[in-house]
Write a protein that binds this ligand. Structure first.
Ligand SMILES: [Cu+2]
Length: 152
């Protein structure tokens, strides 16, 4: 490298911050790894409750139902086994359910079976395949009204 080029190359990193340009770091939430230590929709590994046992209650309350707060899911982070059903209970008209992470319905494992649900008060999903399936309230995800079903 010629001395002039080396000088140019060495000065480039110094110039990145010399204007008004401010790099914005956007955290990227990726799915499929919540069980490996990552945080997805506010679910860390220690927050998951295992409801995969036969006879366990696989119900997620929201909007004040089943021990949830007004803007939360209970339990927020649930583990089930492949083939099991999970039922959401609450008013979907005020808390519309959508798969994915805030701003991205495709966040999480591919093939998330959670359907967009905007009416009614109960909805049951059969989780056939192992994966990490996040979901959000379309109205209150920004308040942390989000959750994850991990299927083993
Ligand atoms: Cu909501």
């Amino acid at each position: 490298m010629k001395p002039a080029l080396r000088l140019l190359a060495a000065s480039l990193p110094l110039c990145i911050g010399c204007g008004d340009f401010t790099p914005v770091e956007t955290p990227r939430v990726s799915g499929g790894d919540a069980g490996a230590g990552a945080t997805l929709n506010g679910c860390t590994p220690e927050l998951f409750v295992d409801r995969s046992a036969d006879g366990a209650e696989r119900t997620i309350g929201f909007g004040g139902e089943r021990g949830s707060g007004g803007f939360s899911y209970a339990p927020k982070c649930m583990t089930v086994a492949a083939g099991q059903d999970v039922t959401w209970v609450g008013a979907f008209a005020t808390h519309p359910l959508t798969r994915g992470v805030p701003g991205d319905v495709n966040g999480g494992a591919a093939g998330n079976p959670i359907p967009t649900t905007m009416s009614g008060t109960t909805m049951t999903v059969n989780f056939r395949r192992p994966g990490t399936y996040p979901y959000v309230c379309g109205m209150h995800a920004f308040l942390g009204m989000t959750g994850v079903v991990v299927v083993r």
